[in-house]
Design a protein around this ligand. Structure first.
Ligand code: PAF
Length: 289
């Protein structure tokens, strides 16, 4: 595996791989790689001839300075795990390589998709994401790019951007990888104290309960209605983890992320909650059966 820091070097390696007939798989990351990222790299390894990973803590998608400052950057370890998972190339640029002096362009998905939920609680976040992802996809010239479903809204926004700009990359969405107790893998989990880590189990518990509520719907409970399920789950959160600070916990349409009332086929439960000062997000598709 080779590590490069310049756009020129990425383009050179990718052009060489294409010249020998390889398809290009790309995994954009902010580093602090965990099993969730490694699953994306392994999947790309199975599906593509050449696998490139970017490790770049993108400052423009952080709406809180402190969050950016404390974001973990274990580069050496990340390089080892990328190689082990099957990457051929890691692109680990400095900020100035991506945003040189005078950088002035933004790629913005201007729709309700970027205004709700993460967009509401993290102003400017999605503009930062789409600008850097558009730039990285151009740099990597990839056939397929891999994203985790844990950031479901991000995936929906990236898909919208790729459609709108007719980008030639296929976006591959990959299932969330979870710890043994169900907590979604996240670079932020490392910041949880032992006690908060225990409390965080409430998140997968709530998401599983959403499916149980839908399964056990009756005319009295009306738990085939998004707002009814969400209200139950909020009450459960309050009783199980009164110290948690909720940003949102709602039942939405998996494509538009607009709140749904009656669930006829499937819906998505999304949650963002602060536990012990760490903001965690997760989601789960629930199915009427
Ligand atoms: O999901 C992430 O880690 C980031 O948002 C991404 C896609 C690498 C863009 O910086």
């Amino acid at each position: 595996m080779q590590t490069v820091t310049t756009i020129t070097d990425v383009r050179k390696r990718v052009a060489e791989a294409k010249a020998t007939g390889h398809s290009i798989g790309f995994i954009p990351t902010m580093g602090a790689l965990h099993e969730g990222h490694l699953a994306l790299i392994r999947r790309a390894r199975q599906e593509c001839g050449f696998v490139a990973v970017s490790i770049f803590v993108n400052p423009t998608q952080f709406n809180e300075k402190r969050d950016l400052e404390v974001y973990p950057r274990p580069l050496e370890q990340d390089l080892l795990s990328s190689a082990e998972a099957g990457a051929d190339l890691v692109f680990a640029p400095e900020v100035g390589e991506i945003y040189p002096a005078g950088f002035a362009t933004q790629v913005v998905v201007d729709s309700p998709l970027t205004k709700a939920w993460e967009g509401y609680f993290r102003p400017g976040h999605f503009a930062g994401v789409t600008t850097v992802v558009a730039k990285l996809l151009h740099i990597a010239q990839c056939d397929r790019a891999y994203f985790g479903e844990k950031d479901w809204q991000q995936l929906a926004v990236v898909n919208q951007m790729v459609r709108d700009l007719s980008l030639p990359t296929v976006i591959v969405s990959c299932p969330t990888v979870r710890e043994a107790d169900g907590l979604a893998m996240s670079s932020r989990n490392a910041r949880l104290s032992a006690e908060s880590r225990k409390t965080a189990k409430v998140i997968p518990y709530l998401l599983d309960t959403a499916q149980d509520l839908l399964d056990s719907v009756t005319a009295e409970t009306q738990t085939d209605k998004g707002p009814v399920i969400a209200a139950w789950l909020r009450t459960l959160l309050e009783s199980n983890a009164p110290e948690a600070k909720l940003d949102y916990l709602v039942v939405v349409d998996p494509e538009t992320l607009a709140e749904v009332d009656e669930i006829t086929e499937r819906a998505l439960v999304i949650i963002a909650v602060h536990i012990g000062g760490v903001r965690l997000i997760d989601n789960r598709v629930i199915v009427r059966r």
